[in-house]
Write a protein that binds this ligand. Structure first.
Ligand code: ZN
Length: 126
């Protein structure tokens, strides 16, 4: 007859729990606990607790956020896009090939850049 490791009560062979102190008994319980394919038992409390709520934010295209410029930075970046545009428009009068670069600038560079410059940021609501 096995004895409980916690309280010393006698255990029948079939049982996996001590009937006196409810401690897991003997080899059977150990084998289950050490079986490698079993997931870790969940901690009580961690199961029923809901995740913390996400901070409430509002979208903005003008306010400074951790990932976007504020109004000054966005405006300066937009001006920096228009300056080469003006130079290429004037330069095309001297050499019409420059207008080819202007089409690339207007058709490819500016849409991508403006999309990022004026990207919507999110700021937390106070
Ligand atoms: Zn016991």
């Amino acid at each position: 007859v096995d004895r409980c490791g916690s309280c010393g009560a006698g255990l029948s062979v079939a049982t996996t729990w001590c009937p006196q102190c409810f401690a897991p008994a003997g080899r059977a319980a150990t084998a289950i606990a050490l079986a490698p394919d079993r997931p870790e038992p969940a901690v009580f409390g961690a199961v029923g607790r809901p995740p913390p709520p996400a901070p409430v934010t509002v979208p903005t295209r003008w306010r400074k956020t951790p990932t976007t410029f504020g109004p000054v930075g966005r405006s300066l970046a937009t001006v920096a896009l228009v300056v080469p545009l003006a130079l290429m428009a004037v330069g095309g009068i001297v050499d019409p090939l420059v207008w080819g670069g202007l089409f690339v600038w207007v058709g490819v560079v500016m849409p991508l850049a403006l999309r990022d410059i004026w990207k919507v940021g999110r700021i937390p609501v106070r």
